[in-house]
Design a protein around this ligand. Structure first.
Ligand code: SF4
Length: 281
């Protein structure tokens, strides 16, 4: 049987754990709605739905007046929060404290410099929520390539999406530093994201193949997978049925790492599937 090595940082991060705890508590009193899935795992989202925690797929228009709404760990744009308040919704704020901190730093920098760079993905809910704190003052940069095109200036601020890759953030900061006299940089990448990325680098050296487990729509899992495949033979999977015998052929050491919103139950099931497949080799 092959040897399975798991990252020390498998399963939910503290922000996701907190959001689920708040959602479960609030749902004891009836239905609670989220604007998008609370975590990126279809099985768990379905289980939560059966327990009154219902995803309304990002649209506040679908929420009826007076409903209870949970703000996910990513946070939400201010104008949507206002819209929900105007509908007299009861809001349960489960924004991760680290995301809140990034929102506050962004607002402060926007006031100080009038323009702030956010290294991240423009369409990510967290980035949309951050930018909404000072509309037209935030510029999203996916990486150093885009930073090279920015015209030079005097002073600016720069932060990161909390789940972005550290190397990409620093490479982007390096390009911005070349163009401005003063750059106030805040590394807002959360420590848990950094630990997962660093642990993956160590794990990749010890294994023949890596399984990165998490939602295909989960940004932090995608970042981990990007890193994983630079270092080893890697597969991004969501569920045990995606583990195939061909991926395990001739492999002795198999690594498993997860995104921040992957439940441990799925990891255990994947472990069992790998054991079963490698036992029968
Ligand atoms: S990955 Fe970090 S910032 Fe994002 S929810 Fe988890 S703890 Fe919070």
């Amino acid at each position: 049987m092959a040897k399975i090595l798991k990252s020390c940082y498998c399963g939910f991060c503290s922000g996701v754990t907190l959001a689920i705890k708040k959602a479960r508590k609030a749902s004891a009193g009836g239905n609670i709605y989220t604007l998008g899935p609370i975590i990126h795992n279809p099985q768990v989202v379905e289980n939560l739905r059966r327990n009154n925690i219902i995803d309304q797929s990002g649209s506040p228009a679908k929420i009826s007046s007076g409903s209870c709404v949970l703000i996910r760990s990513h946070g939400i744009p201010l104008h949507i929060e206002k819209e929900l308040e105007n509908k007299n919704c009861r809001i349960v704020d489960a924004t991760c404290p680290k995301v809140k901190k990034a929102q506050e730093i962004f607002s402060r920098l926007a006031e100080r410099y009038g323009r702030v760079f956010i290294v991240g993905k423009k369409t990510h809910p967290e980035v949309k929520g951050i930018i909404s704190r000072a509309p037209r003052k935030g510029i999203v940069l996916p990486g150093p390539k885009e930073a090279k095109k920015i015209p030079s200036g005097k002073k600016t601020g720069i932060i990161a999406q909390t789940t972005y890759r550290r190397e990409v953030f620093f490479a982007t900061v390096f390009e911005i530093i070349k163009k401005f006299d003063v750059v106030e940089m805040h590394n807002t990448i959360c420590q848990e994201t950094i630990c997962r990325q660093e642990e993956l680098k160590k794990l990749a050296k010890k294994v023949d193949v890596l399984f990165i487990v998490g939602g295909k729509n989960s940004s932090n899992t995608k970042r981990l997978f990007e890193l994983g495949r630079e270092l080893a033979d890697a597969y991004h999977i969501e569920i045990p049925s995606e583990v195939l015998p061909s991926q395990l052929k001739g492999r002795e050491n198999i690594g498993i790492a997860t995104g921040a919103s992957t439940p441990m139950e799925i990891v255990e099931e994947i472990e069992k599937k790998i054991q079963k497949l490698t036992k029968s080799k």
